[in-house]
Design a protein around this ligand. Structure first.
Ligand code: SAH
Length: 366
């Protein structure tokens, strides 16, 4: 879908010449910008302009594939809440809720078990807040966790949220390690090694990496995960992170751009494509340790959904609406099969003190 440009009263200003012009002016006036700065602005712009989801948009996410995805998450949360003793006051908190589909499916499924939390949506785009309002009218919206109530346990969900946060990249140049920055060569933007030495920011085990090695990190995701851990420790609850990523540390850039369901150059047309980077689950595990909460997983999305009974749910839905049976099986396959979203997408949970072992993560805590 082409972003429409008419972003409504709270959207970006009409003097929106395009982010490209803004970046060129900025780089011309003050020098190269970091990859993190580039990604942060490009995504803020991208999500501020349009509803990018679905077949007609740029990409499709699990909750948009089938209601079964949100339902499984709702059942998982309701099960946690029940086994924690059904606290009367609890909060459903979702980061980056997109169209609100996941929240709406999860809350409907949870309600059947008496799970009726207050609903808090953390969303940066005012345009998407309006879309979410249509499906989840009872919600309150927040810029971050800070304004979410500090009393009552938090049941937190973040699906394909952390991957949208800006990554910082450090690259090994001839002269040493440098921040990876973005310049404009008169024709296009491109990433290069910056001027400022970064050698002290590189772990000693990696310091001698070959020229061209890239180390990627996501300070924004790390900061947010730590904030979540601290809040779970203080007020109880659980957090589910679902995203595509890796569980053992790796090097190299994972920055990618998707537009109209095609991979495109992340440095072309900033603000018109969705920029993502793989989530570092090993780092999220470290952060749980630092924040003193238990960490479950990561496990593959496919294995997790199957353990929660998505197969039986698909069969039940197909039985009640045979005309949809084929479509349901196709959706199920997309969500769980290893060739599709089943293994690249992973599920990890943080668990506050005293909260039960989560379904689908096996017996042991990692
Ligand atoms: N969870 C949804 C949408 C994923 S896309 C789904 O699975 O369909 C990423 C979402 O995060 C969008 O709603 C986007 O507007 C929001 N977002 C991205 N960066 C953000 C930030 N820094 N703060 C708040 N929301 C952000």
């Amino acid at each position: 879908m082409e972003p429409s440009g008419d972003s409504g009263p709270q959207g970006i200003e009409p003097e929106d010449l395009g982010l490209e012009a803004v970046f060129r002016r900025l780089i011309g006036a003050t020098g190269p910008i970091s990859v993190a700065h580039y990604m942060a602005e490009a995504n803020a712009h991208y999500y501020g302009r349009a509803d990018p989801f679905g077949a007609a948009g740029d990409f499709i996410t699990a909750p948009e594939i089938s209601q079964m995805f949100g339902e499984m998450i709702g059942l998982w949360l309701a099960d946690q809440w029940q086994r924690a003793g059904k606290p009367a006051l609890s909060h459903y908190v979702e980061f980056g809720p997109g169209r609100g589909t996941l929240a709406s499916d999860a809350l409907r499924a949870g309600e059947r078990f008496g799970f009726r939390p207050q609903v808090h949506l953390i969303e940066g785009s005012s345009r998407l807040r309006q879309v979410q309002h249509a499906l989840v009218p009872q919600a309150t919206w927040h810029d971050g966790l800070d304004s979410v109530p500090r009393e009552g346990p938090l049941l937190i969900v973040a699906n394909e949220f952390l991957d949208a946060l800006p990554v910082r990249q450090i690259v090994r140049a001839e002269q040493g390690w440098r921040e990876r920055v973005v310049v404009h060569n008169g024709e296009r933007f491109l990433p290069v090694a910056g001027a400022r030495p970064m050698d002290t920011a590189v772990p000693s085990a990696l310091a001698d990496g070959p020229v061209g090695t890239i180390l990627e990190s996501c300070p924004a995701a790390s900061g947010m995960a730590y904030e979540i851990a601290v809040r779970l420790k203080a007020q109880g609850g659980v957090a589910l992170f679902i995203d595509y990523g890796y569980s053992t540390p790796q090097t190299g850039s994972t920055l990618q751009a998707v537009r109209a369901h095609q991979k495109v150059d992340p440095f072309a047309d900033p603000g018109l494509a969705d920029l993502t980077a793989l989530v570092d689950f090993a780092q999220l595990k470290q952060i749980a340790l630092a924040g003193d909460v238990d960490c479950l997983g990561p496990v593959g999305q496919g294995a997790w959904l199957m353990a929660l009974g998505i197969g039986a749910r698909a069969a039940a839905l197909a039985k009640s609406d045979p005309a949809q049976a084929q479509a349901l099986m196709t959706a199920l396959d997309r969500l769980v099969s290893p060739e599709q979203m089943g293994t690249l997408f992973k599920v990890m949970a943080y668990r506050g003190p005293g909260w039960p072992q989560g379904e689908g993560f096996g017996e042991a805590n990692v």
